[in-house]
Design a protein around this ligand. Structure first.
Ligand code: ATP
Length: 912
C-alpha cells in the first residue's frame, strides 16, 4: 500500500504508543524549539509530503466510455444499428458520429468541470500549527515531516500521526478511524504494545478531531504511513457532481426518452398500418423523430453551468464544498450569522475600563499602541491606581495573543479580543514581553465559547502565586467573593454596581470582558475548573469597540430587499448585540433573546418565537442547533455560520452551513457546505446572488434547449401526419442538434446575474423546474419554430424548388430561429430589446458567430452536400431564413410582454 515514489516507506516505524513521551522525543531527536527549516526541508525530501494517495480516479478511457451510458444515447445507437440494417449508411454514420461527438463534448466538459472543482479543493487544503526554528507557525499540513512538533487546539483535525508529549484535557473524536462515536480522553502514559488503536491513549491519529482541550505532539508518521493511510481511507471531500436539480433533469431525460420511444412506436404503427407508408421509409421518419426530440446535450451543459457558477463564487471568496449548496443558496430565506468578525471587523480596541468607583476612558483606535487613559477628560497615570494597574496586568498575562509590528503596521496574531488587551497594556506602560518574563505562566485553561472565560496560573520569580481569569462578566461575577477597591484593598462585592456598569457599557455597543484574580495555586498538579469556581476578587470591566463592517451593512440591506431575514446569533452580551444589531439594521424594534431563555423554552415555544426575533445573545453552539431546527420546522431554508468544533452539528443541519475560512476550525469547515475565505458576511450575500444566478442560468438553458427539440419533433410529426415530404432527414436533425447544443447553449452558462435578482423573493424550495409555465413556453416556441421552418419548406416546394434546397432552407430556418431565440433566452421574463439585452453577454455573439460559420459550411461545402444532402442558397433565400428567425424572436418577446402585463401571465409566472 505504500507508494514507493513518495519515499514514505523509509519512515521510522516504532511502537510509539508504548514509548514514554521522553523516549519518543529521543527517538525523533526532538528539541524544544522544534526542527529547523533546513531539517524540515531535508526530511520532506526524504519522506515525501504528508498527503494521502489520491482516490483512484476513473481512467480516461473509462470516463470516456461512461459518457455513452445514457439512455438517450442508447436510443440513438439502437437507431443507428437499425438504419445500418436497412442500408442507410449515411444516416448510420451520422447517428454514430452524433453519439461520439456528444460523448466527446460531455467528456471535455466534465473534465473542465472537474478541474474547476479540483482548483477549489486545493483552496481548502488543511493547515497545521507547528513549532519550527523556535517559533510557532502555521504551515500547509502537507509539509509536515516526522519529528515536527504540532500544536493542537479544539476544532483541529489531527494532521498526521502524533505521539502526544503534552496534553491539557485533550479529547479526540476518533470515529473516522475506530468508529467509536464518543470522544476519547487522551493521556501521556505509554500503553501495552499490542493495545488496539482505540486504546492507545498517548497517540493522536491523523484524521481524528480535537473536540476539547489542547495538546502538543510529535509527528511520528505522515502521508500513507499514518494509520489513516494504511486503511487507505480518504476523508470525505467534495461530493460528486450532482444536485437536486441535476437529478430532476436526469429523471426528466429518462422519462422523455421513454415518451419519445412510445411516441415513435405509435407513429410507426399509424404510418404503416393506417397511412400505408412502406415500413422502411416509415422507420427512417421515426428515427428522425427520435433524433430530433432527444436533448442529448442537456446533461453536459448543466454540469458545466454548475461548475462555472462554483468557480464564480470562489472568485468572490465563497468556496463551495458541496454542490447542492449552490442551488440551496438560491432559495435561502434566513441567514443566521455570527457577529464577531463576520458582521463586525474583528478589530478590537479597548475604550473603557471600569474599576470599583472609577470609569476610565482609553484614547486611540486600532492596534497601534498610541493613546492614554483619562478620567473625565483628564489624563491619568494608571500606575497611580493599584486596581487599574493590576487589571491591565491581568489582561496582558491572561492572554495568548501576540502584538507585532510588520512594515510599520501593527498586527495581532491570535484572538483580537486578547490583542486589544495587549494594546491597552502598552498604552498603560505594561508590556507583554516584560510581564510574561517576570510573571511566568505555569498553566492555562484556554477560552472556549461554552464556558466563556480563560484562566491562567502565574508564579512571579520572587513572590506568591496568582490565578487570573478573564471572561464574560456574568460568568466572572459568579466566581467572585469580593472586589478590589481602587486603592488595591479588598471590598465587599457590589453586584448591582457591576451589573449597572455592564449594561451601560454594552448599550454603547462595546464588547464586555471582566477581569478577576486570586492569590492561590491550583489544588492539584494542574489548573482545573475546580480552581476557578470561587474566591476571586473582581478587578475591572473592560469595554471594547468592534465596529460593524461597512460592506456588511450594505449586504444586510441587500438581503432584506431579497426577502431574506438576517439573524445575528452571538456569544456577546445582550446589550452589545442589540447596539451592534441596530447599526446593521438587524432586530430593530424587536426583542433580544438570550441563550439561557432559549434553553428554557420547549420546542413548541421556540418554534413560535423564532421568526419574530432577530438577535440572539449569549448563545452557545447547542442553541444554534435548536434554532436551526425550529426555523426549518417553520418551512424556512436556513443558512448558518459557525467556526468552532461545537458548531459542526448546526452547520450540518442547516440547509447551507457556512464556515469561516480564517478563524474557522477544520471541524467546522468539514461540516460546512461553503467556506468563506474572508470570514465576511457580505460574501454570503454575494454567494446567494450567485446561487440564484446559477439556478436562473440552468433554467434558461433548459428553456432554450427544449424548444429546439420540440420544434424539430413537431416538424417531423406534422410531416408524417399530413403525409408531407419529410422537411428534415434524420441526419439533418442531428446536425441541428449538434450545432445548437454544442455552441449556442453553452453561451448561457456565462450569463451574468440579472440586475433585479436580489429584489425577488427566494425561490420556494423543491419547486419543480418544469412548471406549467415551462411547458407552455417550450410548447409555444416549438410551435413558432415549426411554423417558420415548415412554412418556408412548403412554400419553396410549392414554388418548384428542389427538395435539397428546400430542406437546406428548413435546416437554416431552425438554426436561425435558435440563434435569435438564444438572445430571447437571456432573460426569462424581461425584454431583451435594449442595449444590455442584445449585447450584454459577448459569449452569446461568439456562439452565434461560430454557429453561423458552421451553417455556411453546411450550406456551401461539397463535403456537406454529399453527407447531408444540403445545397447552396441565394440571397433571397437567406432573407427568408432570417425572416423565420425573426418570427420566433418577435413572437417570444411578445409572449414575455403579455406575461409581464396580464393577470393570467402573472399567474403563469407562478413563483415570481
Ligand atoms: P460571535 O459568536 O458572534 O462570534 P463572540 O465572539 O462574542 O460572538 P464568543 O467568542 O463565544 O462570542 O464570546 C462570548 C463572550 O466570551 C464574549 O462576549 C466575551 O465576554 C468572552 N470572551 C471572548 N473572547 C474571550 C477570550 N479570549 N478570553 C476570555 N473571554 C472571552
Amino acid at each position: 500500500m505504500t507508494d514507493r515514489r513518495d519515499g514514505s516507506e523509509s519512515q521510522p516505524v516504532l511502537p510509539w504508543h508504548s514509548l514514554s513521551p521522553r523516549a519518543a522525543e529521543e527517538a525523533l531527536q526532538a528539541r524544544p524549539g522544534g526542527l529547523t527549516s533546513d531539517e524540515a526541508a531535508a526530511r520532506l525530501a526524504e519522506f515525501g509530503p504528508n498527503r494521502l494517495a489520491q482516490a483512484r480516479r476513473r481512467g480516461v478511457l473509462m470516463r470516456f466510455l461512461h459518457q455513452f451510458h445514457n439512455i438517450l444515447l442508447y436510443v440513438m445507437m439502437g437507431a443507428a444499428v437499425v438504419t445500418a440494417v436497412l442500408g442507410h449508411w449515411i444516416d448510420t454514420c451520422v447517428l454514430f458520429a452524433a453519439v461520439v461527438i456528444n460523448a466527446v463534448i460531455g467528456f471535455v466538459q466534465e473534465g473542465k468541470a472537474e478541474s474547476a472543482l479540483d482548483a477549489i479543493r486545493a483552496m481548502l487544503s488543511p493547515r497545521a500549527v507547528v513549532v519550527r526554528d523556535g517559533l510557532r507557525q502555521e504551515i500547509d499540513a502537507a509539509d509536515l515531516v516526522p519529528g515536527d512538533q504540532v500544536i493542537l487546539v479544539s476544532g483541529d483535525r489531527v494532521p498526521a500521526d502524533l505521539r502526544l508529549v503534552e496534553v491539557k484535557e485533550l479529547r479526540l473524536d476518533e470515529a473516522a478511524l475506530t468508529g467509536e462515536s464518543l470522544p476519547v480522553e487522551k493521556q501521556l502514559a505509554p500503553v501495552a504494545e499490542d493495545a488496539p488503536l482505540g486504546d492507545r491513549y498517548g497517540m493522536a491519529y491523523s484524521g481524528t478531531v480535537v473536540v476539547f482541550g489542547q495538546a502538543r505532539g510529535l509527528v511520528v508518521a505522515t502521508g500513507m504511513q499514518t494509520e489513516l493511510g494504511r486503511i487507505n481511507q480518504l476523508l470525505a471531500g467534495i461530493d460528486n457532481m450532482t444536485t437536486p436539480l441535476l437529478r430532476q433533469v436526469d429523471h426528466f431525460g429518462r422519462v422523455l426518452a421513454l415518451v419519445i420511444l412510445a411516441m415513435s412506436a405509435l407513429l410507426f404503427a399509424v404510418g404503416v398500418w393506417w397511412l400505408g407508408h412502406p415500413p422502411a421509409e416509415m422507420f427512417m421518419m421515426v428515427v428522425a423523430l427520435a433524433a430530433s426530440a432527444i436533448p442529448e446535450g442537456l446533461p453536459a451543459i448543466m454540469t458545466v453551468t454548475l461548475a462555472l457558477g462554483v468557480q464564480r463564487m470562489a472568485r468572490r471568496k465563497a468556496i463551495v464544498r458541496r454542490l447542492p449548496a449552490v442551488e440551496a443558496l438560491g432559495s435561502v430565506t434566513v441567514i443566521c450569522s455570527d457577529k464577531t468578525g463576520t458582521l463586525t471587523r474583528n478589530e478590537m480596541t479597548v475604550q473603557r475600563v471600569v474599576c470599583a468607583s472609577l470609569c476610565v476612558d482609553v484614547q486611540g483606535v486600532g492596534y497601534a499602541p498610541e493613546g492614554y487613559c483619562e478620567v473625565d477628560a483628564r489624563r491619568i497615570d494608571p500606575a497611580a491606581y493599584p486596581a487599574l494597574a493590576l487589571s491591565v496586568r491581568a489582561g496582558v498575562l491572561c492572554n495568548d495573543a501576540v502584538l507585532r509590528q510588520d512594515e510599520g503596521q501593527w498586527r495581532v496574531e491570535g484572538d483580537p479580543t486578547e490583542g486589544a488587551l495587549l494594546v491597552l497594556g502598552e498604552k498603560a506602560g505594561f508590556s507583554a514581553q516584560a510581564g510574561r518574563q517576570d510573571w511566568p505562566r505555569l498553566d492555562v485553561i484556554p477560552f472556549e465559547s461554552e464556558h466563556r472565560f480563560m484562566a491562567t496560573f502565574h508564579e512571579p520569580v520572587p513572590g506568591e502565586p496568582w490565578i487570573f481569569v478573564k471572561g464574560a462578566p456574568e460568568r466572572v461575577l459568579e466566581m467572585c467573593r469580593a472586589q478590589m477597591g481602587l486603592d488595591g484593598v479588598e471590598q465587599a462585592l457590589d453586584v448591582d454596581y457591576w451589573r449597572r456598569m455592564a449594561t451601560d457599557t454594552a448599550a454603547k455597543g462595546l464588547r464586555l470582558l471582566a477581569l478577576a484574580c486570586k492569590r492561590a495555586r491550583p489544588a492539584g498538579a494542574q489548573l482545573a475548573f475546580a480552581d476557578t469556581e470561587s474566591d476571586f476578587l473582581l478587578l475591572a470591566l473592560v469595554g471594547m469597540m468592534d465596529p460593524p463592517r461597512g460592506e456588511a451593512i450594505a449586504a444586510v440591506a441587500d438581503c432584506h430587499r431579497a426577502g431574506i431575514q438576517v439573524k445575528m446569533i452571538t456569544g456577546d452580551h445582550a446589550e452589545t448585540a442589540r447596539a451592534i444589531g441596530a447599526q446593521l439594521a438587524i432586530g430593530v424594534g424587536r426583542p433580544v433573546v438570550t441563550g439561557s431563555e432559549v434553553a428554557l423554552m420547549d420546542d413548541r415555544a421556540l418554534r413560535e418565537m423564532v421568526m419574530s426575533v432577530e438577535v440572539f445573545a449569549r448563545a452557545s453552539p447547542e442553541h444554534k442547533l435548536r434554532l436551526v431546527q425550529a426555523m426549518q420546522s417553520q418551512g424556512q431554508v436556513v443558512s448558518m455560520t459557525g467556526d468552532g468544533v461545537n458548531d459542526a452539528p448546526a452547520l450540518k443541519r442547516a440547509d447551507v452551513g457556512v464556515a469561516m475560512g480564517n478563524k474557522g476550525t477544520e471541524a467546522a469547515k468539514e461540516a460546512s457546505d461553503m467556506v468563506l475565505a474572508d470570514d465576511n458576511f457580505a460574501t454570503i450575500a454575494a454567494a446567494v446572488r450567485e446561487g440564484r444566478a446559477v439556478y436562473d442560468n440552468l433554467k434558461k438553458f433548459v428553456l432554450f434547449m427544449l424548444p429546439t427539440n420540440g420544434g424539430e419533433a413537431l416538424l417531423v410529426i406534422a410531416a408524417i401526419l399530413f403525409q408531407l415530404t419529410l422537411p428534415l432527414t434524420p441526419a439533418q436533425v442531428l446536425w441541428i442538434n449538434l450545432v445548437t447544443s454544442s455552441t449556442l447553449g453553452l453561451a448561457l452558462a456565462f450569463e451574468p446575474a440579472e440586475p433585479g435578482i436580489m429584489r425577488q423573493r427566494p425561490r420556494p424550495p423543491g419547486s419543480p423546474l418544469l412548471s406549467g409555465f415551462f411547458i407552455w413556453r417550450v410548447f409555444f416556441v416549438s410551435v413558432l419554430m415549426m411554423a417558420g421552418a415548415l412554412g418556408l419548406f412548403l412554400w419553396e416546394l410549392n414554388d418548384g424548388v428542389d427538395i435539397e434546397r428546400a430542406r437546406t432552407m428548413a435546416v437554416n430556418a431552425v438554426v436561425m430561429a435558435e440563434m435569435f431565440y438564444l438572445i430571447n433566452s437571456r432573460h426569462i421574463f424581461d425584454s431583451v430589446l435594449s442595449r444590455e439585452g442584445l449585447f450584454g453577454n459577448r459569449y452569446v455573439w461568439l456562439a452565434i458567430g461560430a454557429c453561423m460559420l458552421l451553417q455556411l459550411m453546411y450550406t456551401y461545402t461539397p463535403f456537406m452536400h454529399a453527407v447531408f444532402g444540403s445545397a447552396p442558397l441565394g440571397r433571397r433565400e437567406w432573407l427568408d431564413v432570417i425572416g423565420a428567425g425573426l418570427l420566433v424572436f418577435l413572437g417570444a418577446e411578445l409572449e414575455k410582454a403579455v406575461i409581464r402585463h396580464t393577470p393570467l401571465g402573472r399567474r403563469l409566472r407562478g413563483e415570481k
